[in-house]
Write a protein that binds this ligand. Structure first.
Ligand code: OAD
Length: 272
């Protein structure tokens, strides 16, 4: 890309369904739900993709669980350290950037199931993390945020992953520090969920990008919108349980469709 050129300034490589462009163009408020597919083109594997390397023998759903942590906290800590390292070295893709750009002309709130920070690094300001963050470890006992130097792998380019790494110890109560992730078997953070629900219920249109829609309660958000009569546009290269019920199911990747959509929307003025 030429310096200073935004993704949506490029000639649209992907045709935008006119009804999709019109729904977003006429919207003053847009709620967005994103999942792992949103960060796929930044080089972060989706949750259900086969694991590679050290963790290929392990089921991510078992690692990302309360039971997994009780069984083998060093394995879980090593896995999340590596994921944090990969996420820190990844860059927001054109899809993240396009969503941030859409907020220049409309109120855009994003609820993400992703635990990376690529929406924020792309410039989006209203982001609710439904499943927590890779970058907010805390004490498993007293909840004190952990800020120790060993919270993350060093930034060096050639750090090798370790299958098992002993979690650090809370400076306050000496209990083990855990990843700031919402695991299977845990409740979502109430504030993030309340913000996501309110933004969906007050939106003119809801975009659902890169999620398999298999994990509740996040998967309930598009259903809530549809039940309230709010149109839902799904963006995903593959069909999901939502596809048949969505107002529009647009097959494509986040980093190609979203810049094309924002370019199409910006081609005409925002509603006054
Ligand atoms: P999944 O890995 O279940 O699904 C990823 C979705 O992204 C699939 O529907 C893919 O078709 C789609 N996809 C792949 N590449 C894409 C691309 N380039 N652009 C757009 N879409 C693409 O991930 P999630 O739905 O996010 O929770 O999974 C939800 C939750 O399940 C995760 O947050 C995680 C996991 O359990 C916890 O860890 C609590």
């Amino acid at each position: 890309m030429q310096p200073g050129m935004r993704p949506s300034d490029r000639p649209a490589a992907v045709p935008v369904p006119p009804a999709v462009a019109e729904l977003v163009r006429s919207a003053e408020t847009v709620a967005v739900l994103t999942g792992a597919g949103m960060s796929r083109e930044s080089g972060i594997s989706t949750f259900r993709e086969a694991q590679t390397g050290l963790w290929e023998r392990y089921d991510p759903e078992e690692i990302a669980s309360v039971d997994g942590w009780s069984r083998d906290s060093a394995l879980v800590w090593g896995w999340y350290q590596w994921r944090a390292h990969v996420a820190r070295r990844a860059d927001p893709n054109d899809g993240h950037i396009a969503l941030a750009e859409l907020a220049a002309s409309r109120a855009v709130s994003i609820a993400t199931q992703n635990v990376d920070d690529l929406h924020e690094r792309a410039g989006s300001r209203t982001v609710s993390h439904l499943h927590g963050s890779l970058f907010a470890p805390r004490c498993e006992h007293c909840g004190t945020p952990y800020l120790g130097a060993d919270a993350f792998l060093p930034d060096g380019a050639d750090v090798a992953p370790e299958l098992r790494t002993t979690p650090p110890t809370c400076m306050h109560c000496l209990s083990p520090v855990r990843p700031g992730i919402v695991w299977f078997g845990e409740s979502l953070p109430m504030d993030a969920w309340a913000r996501a629900e309110a933004s969906v219920l007050t939106a003119d249109v809801v975009l659902v990008v890169g999620t398999s829609g298999l994990v509740h309660p996040a998967a309930r958000l598009p259903e809530l919108a549809l039940e309230t009569g709010i149109p839902v546009i799904e963006i995903n290269p593959a069909a999901t349980p939502l596809s048949d019920r969505a107002t529009h199911a647009w097959r494509g990747s986040a980093a190609t469709t979203l810049p094309a959509l924002v370019a199409a929307v910006n081609a005409e003025p925002a509603p006054s």
